[in-house]
Design a protein around this ligand. Structure first.
Ligand code: FAD
Length: 473
């Protein structure tokens, strides 16, 4: 009888459309399903993300009929130890292209190869529709600009979803495997039930439900795919897919979504496809330039002058707490703290405010986002920040500085979003809520309810300072 295979789950916490399961079955009919709690990844993740992860693991375990093996430690040691104990013939993963994941996998592969009975690490598929490193410019290099990448991405296309499910393999009962930790212990370590944020329902079934509702224009959203093109910039509406937490942990694969959209060319479907191209683009950029997780993609911007010292620290603290005195910025930051998620338009507004109004370097904001976001993803996050700061790939021209008042008036036209998240301002009607300091009642408003701060800086002045600094580059 064939020795069992090991199926090592990481950012692919699902059983359908999971090509590595087919590859594992080609090696052995029986497999151990394992997830390793890796402190190097869990520690910097933030409570909302690890709590969501705990729920996803619970859901995966239920789908596997209680046969998910949970281990803890450095995977480069844990996985080869497990392979020896089981006499496994192969270890299967979806390829990871992130800087940490790729190194971890190379280390694990080396240790597996050094066992008395060497075991191969088999990479099949990835978390992307088109894996990083697959597309090249005509000159043979990586893409640095989104639009030609998107064109090549569409031309390249993707596979149909893989026909997999819980029955693809016979799952070994892990009850007696040494080092096993219980789901309850793992969930406790990951902070499941942490009450700080209202998290989405975890797991594959929940992901599929959300996608099915969005695709069919039903469900909790104010508009689904059909209205996506027109409404996706409105944070006051529930009009985007909200699939990002599920994509982060692979509860749903982008290929599944793109396949479901294959016969649709209406503006909503076309725009949604483009957003998935952005996700693949940033992963591709980070794959080729892992240094951009911390450094400017465009080195010309290394000379930009940022503020440091106690005043900059105080400004950063006010920004994190949603207390800048700019209602749309504060509403976004408070949504982030409460839901572990923020609307894309707001991510751009608050990132612009931090870097161009408060002159705090983008990486401080990016690091804070990574501790808060359920969907926190190094590639999309760092490059979303760099795009806004102006130092990234085909960046918004550096001189584009978002005006927090006009952005608020345009994308939260009724002011409802601000009132939802900034209760101090609920007494102000309509879009006047975006600049409370202009109200005749402003002095009394703030005298009685001193809780909401006046603007921390004057946008016009800071914009001029930012432009002068960028201009000096
Ligand atoms: P939808 O509008 O429904 O889009 C569908 C999917 O397309 C998203 O789930 C996402 O996977 C992808 N997508 C959409 N916009 C982008 C984009 N600009 N870049 C890359 N992929 C995109 N996204 C993350 O997944 N993780 C992050 O850590 C992250 N950090 C960001 C930080 C900043 C400063 C900015 C400006 C953007 C960031 N984004 C990040 C991108 C985007 O804001 C989120 O993907 C989106 O808001 C998620 O909500 P949704 O699923 O409803 O998106």
């Amino acid at each position: 009888m064939n020795p069992p295979a090991i199926v090592w789950f990481r950012r692919d916490l699902r059983l359908s459309d999971l090509p590595m399961l087919l590859e594992a079955r080609a090696h052995a009919p029986e497999a151990v399903a394992v997830f390793v709690l890796d402190d190097a990844l869990c520690r910097p993740s933030g409570a909302a993300r690890t709590a969501f992860l705990a729920g996803c693991l619970r859901a995966l375990d239920a789908d596997l009929d209680g046969r998910l093996l949970l281990l803890a430690g450095d995977p480069a040691h844990v996985i080869p130890t497990l392979a020896s104990q089981l006499g496994a013939g192969s270890v299967h993963v979806s390829a990871d292209f992130g800087p940490y994941g790729a190194t971890r996998d190379r280390n694990t592969e080396r240790t597996l190869a050094a066992l008395a009975e060497p075991v191969p690490l088999v990479r099949t598929g990835s978390a992307y529709a088109v894996s990083p490193g697959r597309l090249h410019t005509k000159a043979g290099g990586p893409y640095r600009v989104f639009t030609p990448f998107r064109r090549a991405w569409l031309e390249h296309g993707w596979h149909s979803p893989a026909a997999t499910g819980p029955e693809t393999l016979r799952w070994v009962d892990p009850a007696n495997i040494p080092g096993r930790i219980s789901l309850a212990d793992a969930a406790m370590q990951l902070g499941e039930g942490w009450s700080g944020a209202q998290l989405p329902a975890p797991g594959e079934a929940a992901a599929r439900r959300r996608w099915a509702a969005f695709r069919a224009d039903t469900g909790p959203a104010d508009g689904g795919v059909t209205e996506y093109h027109d409404l996706r910039d409105r944070p006051d509406l529930d009009a985007t897919s909200r699939l990002s937490p599920y994509l982060k942990f692979g509860c749903l694969h982008p290929r599944t979504v793109l396949h479901d959209l294959r016969h649709r060319n209406d503006p909503g479907a076309t725009t949604l496809r483009t957003e998935f191209a952005w996700r693949d683009f940033y992963a591709d950029v980070l794959h080729h330039r892992p240094d951009t997780a911390r450094q400017n993609f465009n080195a010309k911007f290394d000379a930009i002058e940022y503020d440091t010292g106690p005043d900059a620290d105080a400004a950063f603290t006010a920004w994190c707490a949603g207390r800048t005195g700019y209602p749309i910025v504060d509403a976004g930051m408070r949504q982030l703290a409460a839901e572990g998620w923020m609307h894309n338009r707001l991510r751009m507004i608050v990132a612009s405010f931090l870097t161009k109004d408060l002159h705090v370097p983008w990486w401080r904001g990016a690091r804070y986002f990574m501790t808060q976001l359920v969907d926190g993803d190094l590639a999309s996050n760092q490059h979303g920040w760099q795009w806004t700061a102006g130092c990234g790939t085909d960046a918004a021209p550096y001189f584009r500085v978002f005006n927090p008042v006009t952005q608020g008036e345009r994308f939260d036209p009724t002011g409802d979003f601000v009132r939802r998240w900034v209760p101090e301002l609920r007494g102000i009607r309509g879009k006047a809520v975006h600049q409370p300091w202009r109200l005749a009642s402003y002095p009394e408003l703030f005298a009685h309810d001193a809780d909401y701060p006046p603007p921390i800086v004057e946008h016009g002045e800071q914009r001029a300072i930012a432009l002068a600094r960028y201009g000096r580059l």
